[in-house]
Design a protein around this ligand. Sequence first.
Ligand code: ADP
Ligand code: ASP
Ligand code: MG
Length: 409
Amino acid sequence: MKVLKFGGTSVANAQNILLVEKIVKKESSENRVVVVVSALSGVTDGLISAAESASAKNENYSETIKTLEEKHLEFVKNLLPITEQSSWLSFVKKNFNDIEDICNGIYVLGEFTPRIKDKITAYGEFLSSNIIAAKLKSDGLDCVWLDSRNYIKTNSNFTDAKVDFEKTNANFQNYFKENKQQVTLAPGFIASDVDGNITTLGRGGSDYTASIIAAAVNAKELQIWTDVSGMMTADPRLVSNAKIIHKISYQEAMELSHFGAKVIYPPTIQPIMDKNIDLWIKNTFAADDFGTLISHTKTENDNNVAVGISNLSKVALLTLEGSGMIGIPGVSAKLFQCLSQEKINVILITQSSSEHSITVAINESDVEKAEKALNYAFEDDLKLHKIDPVKVEKSLAIIALVGENMKSR
Ligand code: ADP
Ligand code: ASP
Ligand code: MG
C-alpha cells in the first residue's frame, strides 16, 4: 500500500484534478493507494476569515461564504459529467447553508471559540475530498471515500489536537483488513475527539494525516505531492537560487521544517520515521521531476556542511535572569511547566553557562500570555529581587542552518 497526499494548489481547480488523477491512476495500477487531500487552495483561510468577520459583527461574512460556495459549485461543474452534477451541487449548497448557519450563530453571539473554528475549517477538506472521490469513481476507478474523522482520534485540544495513536492505528488496521478498494480517498487535517467533536491537526495538517495513515498501515511509501519539485536548500519564495535537495535524512528534514520550511508540516516525519517508511516530496505540476527522498539515508553530498537554511519569522525571545537563579534548582522546570500549562510551544532554548539567565524563543502571538503567566509564576522571586521581570524581545526571526555534518565542525 502507498499513501499519496495532494495539497491545496494540487487540488485548486478541475484542471489540476486531471493531473492528480493521472498520478493516482498510475500509482494505483501497481499498488493499493490511500489518497489524502487538502481543501481547495485558499478555502481554509476563507472559512476562518468569514468566521472572524462574523465574530467582529462585520456583515461581510456572507459575501465571503458566497465566494467560497461559488468556487465549489464551479469546481463541481467543471469536474463532473452533467448527469452527476445535480446531486453534488445540492451537496455543496447544503454544506454552505450549514456554514452560513454557524457563522450566523457566531455573529449573534460574538463568540468564535477554537472548537467552532475546527467545526468550520473542517468543511474545507470534507467538501474537497467528497467531490474528488466522486470524480475518480465517475471515471471508473475503484475508489471509496473514507471519513478521517471517524478513524483519527485525538484529544480535545481544538485547532492543534494531539493524536491518540493507539486508537487511531487500530482503527485504520481494522478498516483495511475488511476493505480492499484499490483507491481510498480521505480528507486531510480533520479528526475527532472521544466525544465525537471535530478536531483539526494544526494548519498544514493534511501532511500529518497522510503520515499517520502511512504509519498505521505500514505503507511501502508516503508521497507528498505539492507545487515545488522537492525540499529545497531555502524557501524558494525568498531565495531565488534555492536548489532542490534530492536526498535528505529524516532528522535534517525535520529540523528544516521545524524552523520554517513550509513544504512539510513539522510533525509529519515522526510517525513514518519510526516505521522507516520512505517519504517522497513530488511536484504535481512536474510529475517526472525526481523530487526529494526523505529517509534514513544521509544527504547525497556528504561533504557539504549544511544541507539547507530555513527561517521562522514572527518570533519573540523571553529571558529570565537574576542573581537568584544561580544554583537554585527548579527554576527552569518551573519556567517550562508554566509555558506548557499555557500550551505555549517553545521553539528554541538557550541557557548561559553561569546559569544566570535562560532564554526561550516562542511565537510572537503567544508573547502576552507567556509574559503574564511567567511573571505570575515567579511572583515571589520577583518580590525578593531574586529574579528580574521577564525580558521580552519582539519582531525577531530564527535562521537555522541545518545539516548532520554540522555537529563535527
Ligand atoms: P501544499 O498546499 O501542497 O501543502 P504548501 O504551500 O504547504 O503546499 O508548501 C509548499 C510551499 O512551501 C512551496 O510552494 C514553497 O513556496 C514553500 N517552501 C518553504 N520553504 C521551502 C523549502 N525549503 N523547500 C521547498 N518549499 C518550501
Ligand atoms: N487545509 C488545511 C490548511 O490550510 C490543512 C492543509 O492544507 O494541510 O491549513
Ligand atoms: Mg502544506
